[in-house]
Design a protein around this ligand. Structure first.
Ligand code: AMP
Length: 225
């Protein structure tokens, strides 16, 4: 089983790259942010608890996300591997992840870019409000065909509450404090690779695929297209 860990601050394009990887290799993407947003939309008790933290740009408790990952990664579609988007976000979560058995290949890809670009991107991000769709757009690069509406399902496009300027600053602060230490952690494990995230989405994806090929993770045998 292969585990691809996507690191990178909010706005680095992890989610989009995870979608591309899912399509190319057929491994499911597991996004803790998406799972949490679904719980918020459904107004479950977990969702209501998590919303308070998410809305102010802080991390939700490790217990919540660790359980989510354990549960999701044990499902049948993850049998051959999975792509993690937004998990782990601190050392404790990384340690929990290692308790999930059966993984023989693991690689951490860290999408890096300047704070200036991140803030510009996050401020321009719009998402589909339809919870079963969740498509993402960017008013600077990937804009929808009709203003304010999702190309895929026609749903209304909205700004995520945590993409508001004051919350963006907090999310970047939390990333530097809690998630950045994972760089050294994965360097020590010798599975760390940095990726230049400043370029076009397709260029970044090419770089990621080149790393996966070069590192001989076994993932390329799984290519779907
Ligand atoms: P994301 O969509 O990955 O940017 O996540 C949105 C929000 O969900 C984050 O700002 C956190 O509040 C929460 N979240 C997502 N993943 C995690 C995680 N692994 N640990 C703690 N909180 C998380």
């Amino acid at each position: 089983m292969i585990r691809i860990i996507l690191l990178g601050p909010p706005g680095s394009g992890k989610g989009t790259q995870a979608d591309f990887l899912e399509k190319k290799y057929g491994f499911p993407k597991i996004s803790t942010g998406d799972l949490l947003r679904q719980a918020v939309q459904k107004k479950t008790s977990l969702g209501q608890k998590a919303k308070v933290f998410m809305d102010r740009g802080d991390l939700v408790s490790d217990d919540i996300v660790n359980d989510m990952i354990k549960e999701r990664a044990s499902q049948a579609d993850c049998r051959n591997g999975y792509i993690l988007d937004g998990f782990p976000r601190n050392i404790n979560q990384a340690l929990q992840l290692e308790k999930i058995d059966g993984v023989y290949g693991e690689i951490a890809l860290d999408i890096r870019l300047s704070n200036q670009t991140l803030i510009k991107r996050l401020s321009a991000r719009r998402v589909c409000s339809n919870s079963t769709c969740g498509a993402t757009y960017n008013l600077l690069a990937r804009y929808p065909k009709s203003e304010g509406l999702c190309d895929a399902c026609g749903g209304k496009l909205i700004q995520r509450p945590d993409d508001k300027p004051e919350v963006i600053q907090e999310r970047l602060r939390v990333y530097n404090l809690q998630t950045e230490p994972l760089v050294d952690y994965y360097k020590k494990k010798r599975i760390y690779h940095s990726v230049d995230g400043e370029g076009e989405i397709e260029t970044v994806f090419k770089e990621i695929c080149a790393i996966l090929n070069r590192e001989n993770t076994g993932i390329c045998k799984a290519e779907v297209v």
